[in-house]
Write a protein of this length. Structure first.
Length: 182
């Protein structure tokens, strides 16, 4: 009989933890809104002529990993995305990719007024809902590892290396918590 009590207690604790984590995550309607806006932004970028045409666009960070948590009161959800182009980063000044991406995003009538420039990204600030930090990047060396990227960093006045795809793959394999949204 003790075993049954232990199993009941474990099930009870599992249920409590599940409820807590569900309250921290994006709710269904907000997740749908995020995905709709992400798809609209992605389509616009991928179809725009020029430097970002046919870019690889994907989520990174907590949203990619399915670990997005409810922000403190007065703050909003922070969703991070990468726009990766297969261009030689050594031939493009870091300021150019940042400026060209900002200009592209501002050229869109739907969210041009939502654009805020940050050190490494362009933020689309959907007031009181969430914001999307979108980082324009180049593949570091697509012949060796297409997941390593170079991101422009205005604060550092240079390119910085990153690997959000590799990190997400490693974490998903290590912890078994892959998020299907890419």
């Amino acid at each position: 009989m003790k075993k049954l009590v232990t199993e009941d207690r474990k099930a009870y604790l599992d249920d409590i933890l599940k409820r807590i984590t569900e309250t921290l995550q994006l709710n269904g309607s907000r997740r749908q809104l995020v995905e709709e806006r992400y798809k609209a932004v992605s389509s616009f970028i991928e179809e725009s002529p020029g430097l970002f045409y046919d870019a690889k666009i994907y989520a990174q960070g907590s949203y990619r990993l399915g670990t997005t948590v409810k922000p403190r009161q007065g703050e909003e959800y922070d969703l991070d995305f990468v726009v990766q182009i297969n261009k030689d980063w050594r031939k493009i000044p870091f300021q150019k990719i940042h400026t060209d991406f900002k200009d592209l995003m501002e050229s869109n009538g739907n969210w041009g007024k939502l654009v805020k420039e940050k050190s490494r990204c362009i933020r689309l600030d959907y007031a009181d809902e969430f914001h999307m930090d979108i980082i324009p990047t180049c593949t570091e060396n697509y012949l060796r590892d297409e997941n390593r990227i170079m991101a422009p960093d205005k604060k550092e006045h240079s390119w910085v290396i990153s690997n959000p795809e590799g990190y997400a793959q490693w974490l998903c394999i290590s912890v078994y918590m892959c998020h299907p949204f890419r």
